[in-house]
Design a binder for this molecule. Structure first.
Ligand code: ADP
Ligand code: TPW
Ligand code: MG
Length: 577
């Protein structure tokens, strides 16, 4: 029995347990069998004990990467990913990832050890003193502190429910050092634990809202369905596929919604994005917000055609966040889509061929225009040559998980690499955050057991590059391709003063990121052409060995900020010059 520790009072013959064991037992009872973190006071022994009790404890080199790993574990499994950190600095390092999880609607629990309340509250300068609970609160969905061993069970239950029910998000659980050593009767301790039943209960949409949505969809001449990462998270893959196919409506996947239906599906409008956004008259959002990634549902991107929006989301307050939603359907995506499917009946008629053919033609034209660029074998490589190769590799290995971050490296890979299965593409998400790369690789490999291919800008990779040691240490089937163009966006900027410092966007020229992987016993390859890249990636995916391929890109190949350069503020002075 894991909960039982040696009695400290043999005369009483009382079996005892303590905070350490109660936390471990509570996690295990709820199927939380993996912890991502960094050890130190007061959680070093906790990690050891957790490992001894069969929890997989993955130690990282930096808490932020561990936190990103936990966040994406939550996305991939629908169970909260757990990140464990030490107090103050470790906690703050993990907090970025907790905020990221909350922003992206991923369930995650950040557990941090903390110093003693009595000293923190009087600001008496404890070891790594910080009022962590207060700092975490505005950045996550919920924050809890457990002060007594008998409350550990309830504390974790609250954390789990808060993370996964309704709109998923990040939860902070504060565990002061003293809690770990608190002792209580083993039997009472066992009874105090809570196995959370139905942590994310189905939320059935109101029948009226379903009918209203179908009426609006039926009235459309040029309908469009947008599938976001909430739809991928929901794991309602069959219902979504059946609904989209029965509707006959063109669909546009958001970045992490790619693969819910294959990008090569006849209804996929991915390669006709600007056309469908402009010309559609009714847009149905499934697990996608009308945030900056969809230009807030208005403006040039959306053209002049009047739009009506239908939205399926679990969060009622998401409705009308940017523009009017004429048909809100509130509930979990599985329940909502199934209800819509059932209410469609057998006489549903597909949208007019004028519309669907126009979309297909646009898409096929764009794909055909792109095709020759993807086949070039230039050395040094450009983005298209390198991505053409990776596109084929992903097509041949549709089970592999693709991790992607960078600017040009992100935007171009998203457009070029087709996905074939749900939840196979994980990337920078709602914040467009750099640094998720290696943490995502590690969690993807650990949680799914599938091979992982990371396509990383050289800048993006640098944010979590030290975690290649972690990848080697756990011998994970991860192949990292660094698109090395000597810098952020491009490697060609110069210092206008002619001074000794290089421009702020450029890195060491000719850097060899592959040597980093070799330093820890993994495989490093320097690839200077698409052919070399193809051979190296295939070898890595076949062997499953940790591999890093330094893909030498033309430093002039990228453009400023990738595809979102328009978001940069412009200096009026610069323009006048
Ligand atoms: P994307 O970036 O792909 O457009 P977003 O992160 O903006 O996607 O939107 C995801 C949406 O999905 C959020 O509004 C969230 O509330 C919603 N969501 C997440 N899980 C579910 C679920 N199980 N059922 C319904 N909606 C969900
Ligand atoms: C946490 C700002 C956006 S994209 C990027 C940065 C620094 C790097 C782009 O260069 P990379 O890709 O990766 O080499 P490429 O192919 O265009 O050369 N800090 C954080 N997040 C973001 N988004 C930034 C900074 C940024
Ligand atoms: Mg770069």
């Amino acid at each position: 029995m894991s909960a039982v520790v040696q009695s400290i009072n043999p005369a009483a013959e009382e079996e005892l347990t303590d905070g350490f064991h109660l936390i471990i037992d509570a996690l295990k009872l709820n199927g939380l069998n993996t912890i991502y973190g960094v050890p130190g006071i007061p959680i070093t022994d906790f990690g050891r004990m957790a490992q001894a009790e069969g929890i997989r404890v993955l130690s990282f080199r930096h808490e932020q990467a561990a936190g990103y790993a936990a966040s994406i574990a939550g996305f991939l499994t629908k169970k909260p990913g757990v990140c464990l950190t030490v107090s103050a600095p470790g906690f703050l390092n993990g907090l970025t990832a907790l905020a990221h999880a909350t922003t992206n609607c991923f369930p995650m629990i950040l557990i941090s050890g903390s110093s003693e309340r009595e000293i923190v509250d009087l600001q008496q300068g404890d070891y790594e003193e910080m009022d962590q609970l207060a700092i975490a609160k505005p950045l996550c969905k919920a924050a809890f502190r457990v002060l007594h061993a008998q409350d550990i069970g309830i504390g974790l239950a609250r954390a789990i429910r808060a993370a996964v029910s309704g709109r998923p998000g990040g939860v902070y659980l504060d565990l002061p050092a003293k809690l770990f050593g608190q002792v209580m009767n083993a039997e009472a301790g066992k009874k105090s634990l809570v196995k959370v039943i139905d942590a994310a209960p189905a939320q059935i949409p109101a029948p009226d809202s379903v009918k209203r949505a179908l009426d609006v969809l039926k009235s459309a001449k040029k309908p469009l369905i947008i599938l976001g990462k909430g739809a991928a998270y929901a794991q309602a893959d069959e219902a979504i596929k059946n609904f989209v196919e029965k509707s006959g409506v063109p669909f546009l996947p958001m970045s992490m919604g790619k693969g819910l239906l294959p990008d090569t599906h006849p209804q996929c409008a991915g390669a006709a994005r600007s056309t469908v956004l402009k010309d559609s008259d009714v847009v149905m959002l499934i697990g996608a917000r009308l945030n900056w990634l969809l230009s807030h549902g208005k403006g040039k991107t959306w053209g002049d055609a009047p739009k009506k929006f239908i939205q399926i989301d679990i969060e009622p307050r998401e409705m009308d966040s940017n523009v009017e939603i004429v048909a809100p359907v509130v509930g979990d995506i599985g329940s909502c889509v199934t209800a819509m499917l059932n209410a469609m009946g057998n006489s549903w008629s597909a949208p007019s061929a004028d519309w669907t053919k126009a979309v297909q033609t646009k898409r096929d034209d764009n794909v055909a225009k792109m095709a020759p660029k993807l086949m070039n074998n230039n050395s040094p490589m450009d983005y298209h040559g390198a991505l053409g190769v990776l596109r084929t590799i992903v097509k041949e290995r549709p089970d592999a998980i693709l991790v992607n971050e960078g600017a040009n490296t992100l935007d171009l890979a998203r457009g070029i690499i087709d996905m074939y299965k749900p939840r196979k593409r994980i990337d920078v998400g709602t914040w467009g955050i750099m640094g998720i790369g290696m943490g995502y690789c590690i969690a993807a490999a650990v949680e799914t057991g599938k091979p992982v291919l990371a396509v990383e800008g050289d800048s993006a990779f640098g944010f979590s590059g030290m975690e290649v040691e972690t990848i080697c240490r756990y011998n994970l089937p991860v192949c990292v391709v660094v698109f090395n163009n000597d810098g952020i966006y491009r490697g060609t900027d110069v210092n206008p003063t002619g001074g000794a410092d290089v421009a702020p966007t450029v890195f060491v020229k000719g850097a060899r990121y592959d040597k980093m992987m070799e330093a820890f016993g993994g495989v490093g390859v320097n690839a200077t052409s698409p052919d070399e890249l193809k051979r190296a990636v295939n070898a890595a995916m076949d062997s499953g060995k940790p591999t890093l391929i330094n893909a030498v890109l033309d430093p002039a190949a990228g453009s400023e900020s990738g595809r979102i350069g328009n978001l940069n503020p412009q200096s009026a002075l610069k323009k006048k010059k």
